[in-house]
Ligand binder design. Structure first.
Ligand SMILES: [Zn+2]
Length: 252
């Protein structure tokens, strides 16, 4: 199956085992998000209906953002003649579920692995950029939906910590989806290995800065960027840089 010849264009494919791993990962990431956002696993037993409704919303917003992001990498990698497959990371998935019980999200259930002998730094940068670009596209769809058909849902569990994200403190599903995809995009663009941003940065610092600057302007314009978000991103940048140096020093 390994094909490193860039001249040989292949069609997009998803293997059966891979599809199963994608489905498990999407369900797990949506479940972890639901645990955190509904205030804990206890909500599943105290307010099962609301928990399941939020789980469905998570699948539509964060689940779709996650799977389409990964498929963005895969599509461009296949375009460049590589063999690309989504691989679930069981330890990461279990770690994600464990930290979600503590109210912390560490969304790393798996990623697309790329096998090719002919991938250049530029191609690797473009493959990496494809994921965050897909999140930007998904975000635009959600922003469009929030304008055309806003969908407000009221929950009895405490959503006050979500309030700063939404206009007038009202939970609007599509705006929530847009925000989550913005977070996915910006987090993955942090230039610390093995995040996507590090490969874009290694290919072209100008491309990285141009993309980040346009996302910043776009984020401010659409109101998804807040001071809280900017500070969180800078904290994550620091943490990921330190982690990256400690764990992947030999790769730099
Ligand atoms: Zn990615």
């Amino acid at each position: 199956m390994v094909n490193g010849d860039p001249q040989m264009k292949q069609d997009f494919y998803i293997e059966k085992g891979e599809a199963v791993e994608i489905i498990i990962s999407v369900l797990a990431i949506s479940f972890a998000f639901t645990i955190v956002f509904t205030g804990g696993l206890g909500t599943l037993f105290s307010l099962p209906k609301e928990f399941l409704v939020f789980m469905a919303l998570s699948l539509v917003t964060i689940g779709s953002g996650f799977v389409l992001h990964e498929m963005g990498h895969k599509l461009v990698a296949i375009y460049f003649g590589a063999y690309a497959r989504f691989q679930m990371w069981v330890q990461g998935l279990l770690f994600m579920l464990a930290t979600s019980l503590l109210g912390v999200l560490f969304a790393a259930p798996g990623a697309v692995y790329i096998y090719s002998q002919h991938i250049s730094r530029r191609q690797n940068g473009l493959i990496s950029l494809a994921g965050p670009v897909v999140n930007l596209m998904v975000m635009l769809v959600f922003l469009g939906l929030s304008l055309i058909a806003p969908r407000h849902i009221y929950f009895s569990f405490d959503t006050s910590f979500l309030a700063p994200l939404f206009a007038n403190g009202v939970f609007e599903v599509w705006r929530f989806g847009a925000y989550l995809n913005f977070v996915l995009c910006m987090f993955n663009m942090i230039p610390a290995f093995p995040l996507d941003g590090s490969k874009v940065f290694a290919w072209s610092k100008a491309a990285w800065f141009a993309f980040m600057l346009s996302m910043f302007v776009f984020g401010v314009g659409t109101g998804v960027i807040s001071v809280f978000f900017a500070i969180s991103w800078l904290v994550m940048l620091g943490l990921m840089s330190i982690l990256s140096m400690l764990l992947f020093r030999q790769r730099r």
